[in-house]
Design a protein. Structure first.
Length: 483
């Protein structure tokens, strides 16, 4: 009997030890995968710095052509490390992207996991892209400093270099997307069960805030107007659910610490600001002057919303990951989204002189804009060419009307006095989806409401239509292309 008990005790201890070893092994593999994600996040942070520099190069050289120049930030190569992604003096990181790369390689070797070779191969490609992105800032200096940028050929050489930046940022995003899918697949058999997550309700609320905010950003990046309203509603539900959680209701002193409360407050603040920015994108599409040439999608993704999501400014992802680490949740950390880059060519270097929408396919017409109701006109503007011209002027009598005009979601005219003398605009329609004008009254002049005459040509004949708006309702009219 004693031998049986002894055998049973040894078996239980051995089984428990084996389970403990399995748990430690699983945790080590999750930790190894998280080192890959740390590499991704810190790389994204470094890419932001170069991204801002590329914008400045673009703005600076455009003053040699015909576009107004704006300083978006004031970094120069002299102010920064030779390699932003290495950063030996730790200006920007506790551990640099290249340090995280080495950590991820070492952990994959010490604690092998499924698909480790493929994951490390993708990391290597991303690291190569970072090296090329860092080099662009020096190559641009070589093409700009002491060069005659009034020479069109010299300007083109600079724009060719900026195009490399466009391609590299897009390549990084594509490889990152594939890498994250592979990491997620590898993590599935390692993911904790319900019993292994101490605060499942809190963790689910954290994940929902992350995923819904990320979905809104990706929709803006992809110009997915059709679903943006639904995604913003989901984001609002997730943020409200997270904000409603009372930390003291869990009965844990760990959750009532000042650190956890501070982190939660920051997530609430950044989540609220992110939601407000998403609603601003959908409701007003206002873009500050320095980003006007880039358009609403570029500005709201790269500046207005992503800076509440990514690390800088203690964004949502940074704080959620702080909470995962502090609560020792055995899960993957959340990942940031990289910026995308585009540059603006001066008009004298391009042949297109018609205003085109930044959104090239609109499926849903807005119902509100700048907190005003939109009233649909009973008429439509019919044109027989995707490129056409309109003349705008005050109808009947010039009485001090000031208007803004929204064309396919972009404010192409802002704070413009309506005069008796027509203002001519050359426009280019989207060939797919809907096209529209919205007249937004900035005031109603001396004789309300605000009235604007629109003259245009259809099949060789001059046509006119009158739009009316006041300070409560803006009028929208659809533009129909008839082949």
């Amino acid at each position: 009997m004693n031998k049986v008990l002894l055998f049973f005790s040894v078996f239980v201890l051995s089984f428990g030890s084996m389970n403990g070893q399995n748990a430690l092994s699983k945790k080590a593999k999750i930790d190894a995968l998280n080192s890959v994600l740390h590499f991704v996040n810190e790389s994204t942070h470094g890419m932001l710095i170069v991204h801002r520099m590329l914008e400045n190069y673009n703005q600076d050289i455009n003053k040699y052509a015909d576009l107004e120049s704006f300083k978006i930030n004031y970094y120069t190569n002299k102010d920064l490390p030779k390699d932003i992604f290495e950063d030996p003096e730790n200006w920007f990181y506790d551990s640099s992207p290249y340090e995280w790369y080495e950590i991820a390689v070492r952990k994959a070797q010490n604690q092998p996991y499924a698909n480790s070779k493929q994951i490390l191969a993708k990391m290597s490609k991303m690291k190569s892209i970072l090296t090329q992105i860092n080099q662009i800032r020096f190559d641009l200096d070589a093409k700009i400093i002491d060069k005659d940028l009034t020479d069109t050929a010299a300007l083109y050489r600079v724009y060719d270099e900026l195009q490399k930046g466009v391609d590299l940022y897009e390549d990084f995003f594509k490889i990152q997307t594939n890498l994250l899918k592979q990491v997620s697949e590898t993590y599935k058999p390692l993911s904790p069960n319900a019993a292994e997550v101490r605060f499942p309700k809190l963790y689910k609320a954290m994940a929902d805030v992350y995923l819904t905010t990320r979905d809104v950003l990706l929709a803006i990046r992809k110009k997915d107007d059709e679903n943006i309203s639904k995604l913003i509603s989901r984001q609002e539900i997730a943020i409200n659910a997270f904000n409603s959680i009372e930390l003291n209701s869990f009965g844990s002193t760990l959750l009532t610490s000042r650190k956890v409360q501070r982190i939660k407050n920051n997530i609430e603040d950044q989540g609220g600001l992110s939601l407000a920015s998403a609603k601003k994108f959908f409701g007003t599409a206002h873009v500050p002057k320095e980003y006007k040439q880039y358009g609403k999608f570029y500005y709201y993704y790269n500046s207005e919303i992503i800076n509440k999501f990514n690390r800088y400014g203690n964004g949502i992802v940074f704080e959620l990951n702080n909470l995962i680490e502090y609560l020792d949740i055995p899960s993957l950390i959340f990942t940031e989204l990289p910026h995308y880059y585009k540059f603006i060519l001066p008009k004298k270097l391009i042949t297109v002189d018609h205003i085109a929408a930044t959104d090239n396919k609109i499926l849903t017409l807005p119902s509100m804009l700048k907190d005003r109701e939109i009233q649909m006109s009973t008429r439509t503007i019919k044109v027989d060419s995707v490129k056409f011209e309109v003349s705008l002027y005050d109808h009947m009598i010039e009485d001090g009307d000031v208007i803004s005009l929204n064309f396919n979601g972009d404010w192409i005219v802002e704070q413009m006095p309506l005069l008796a003398k027509p203002k001519k605009l050359k426009l280019m329609l989207n060939t797919e989806g809907k096209n529209y004008f919205i007249l937004h009254a900035e005031n109603v002049g001396r004789r309300p409401p605000n009235t604007m005459a629109v003259d245009y040509y259809y099949r060789g004949r001059k046509k006119q239509i009158i739009l009316k708006s006041d300070l409560n309702v803006s009028e929208m009219i659809e533009i129909e292309y008839i082949k």
